[in-house]
Design a protein around this ligand. Structure first.
Ligand SMILES: [Zn+2]
Length: 108
């Protein structure tokens, strides 16, 4: 499934290696600004060479964008981070992946 950003109407890039929340936001999109800030924090979180994986609580922006994709968001939603390259972090939400097994969704 693809969707438009609720703030700027940019399109999701569903095949992007970073995961479900790779979007073509406009430069002024407030959700892009939150996402960019979170990306910097996530890079710090997994910056250690020994730590390619991390798990944290989902951000309000992630919840908003995942909601725009049609997911029902649990209160305790966790985001899993995996370092793919030096600058690309793949984000996943296993709790949501489990919920779409029988709907033909986009789980990788
Ligand atoms: Zn946007």
């Amino acid at each position: 499934m693809t969707a438009a950003c609720p703030a700027c109407a940019g399109r999701q890039m569903p095949e992007h290696p970073a995961g479900w929340l790779a979007w073509q936001h406009t430069n002024g999109c407030p959700l892009r600004q939150f996402e960019d800030g979170r990306h910097v924090a996530d890079l710090d979180l997994i910056a250690s060479p020994r730590r390619r994986f991390a798990r944290r609580a989902a951000t309000p922006t992630e919840v908003t964008l995942l909601g725009a994709l049609g997911y029902t968001i649990p209160a305790d939603l966790a985001t899993e981070l995996r370092s793919i390259t030096e600058h690309v972090i793949q984000r996943r939400w296993p709790q949501l992946e489990a919920s779409i097994n029988d709907t033909g969704g986009t789980a990788a």
